[in-house]
Design a binder for this molecule. Sequence first.
Ligand code: SAH
Length: 223
Amino acid sequence: MKPAAITDEMSMQRLRMVDRLRDNYKIADQQVLDVMARLPRHRFVPEAIKSQAYNDNALPISSGQTISQPFIVARMTELLELTGKEKVLEIGSGSGYQTAILASLAQSVFAIERLPNLAELARRRMQELAISNVTIRTDDGTNGWQGRAPYDAILVAAGGPDVPQPLIEQLKIGGKLVIPVGEDRKSQILIRVTRRNRDVLREDFGPCAFVPLIGQHGWSALR
Ligand code: SAH
């Protein structure tokens, strides 16, 4: 296939993905659907599996990590209810696909990725796509990013045993944090935490499966 034909094929697959998100998965936030209809997801997966980029599942990226299923990306983004003015912290930026979506819907994104090779690749992709409101750092994101706090929204894309306390502390009053939390390393419940004046509101959005959140306030690296 010629490059132009490949681009057309990818656009068609991308629109089918968005139809599925709206019709089957009931994603209702039009802004989220619009950005996912525009953003080339195939640029965030390894060349060898490019043709699977718009499939209805997570895909391997490298180092045993995954690019999240389109539905879960859409759902987590929708739950943050972004208006375009927010400063967002993302933990576990991986391929950078979710990062790029957040960057289109918020004012700025600070992202932390534990694995340096993934962080570097994601940085390069931001450059290629001319996304300039993202800063990606390599570190243990379970401690948050104190120097840039407080945040209007925090998204954690890996599953931990509980909500890391530093992340709650770095959230503005009224700010929202979305994170998968589970009793074991493989299965979680999607949780949204809204910080209120004196306490937090914790809402449950059903089962999900993420790679483990590894760090001081997450799971240990060994095992
Ligand atoms: N949204 C990403 C998801 C990547 S998978 C995407 O769609 O591509 C989750 C990522 O979290 C992995 O890249 C993993 O390396 C990273 N991760 C795990 N524990 C982390 C931690 N404590 N701090 C930062 N990143 C972490």
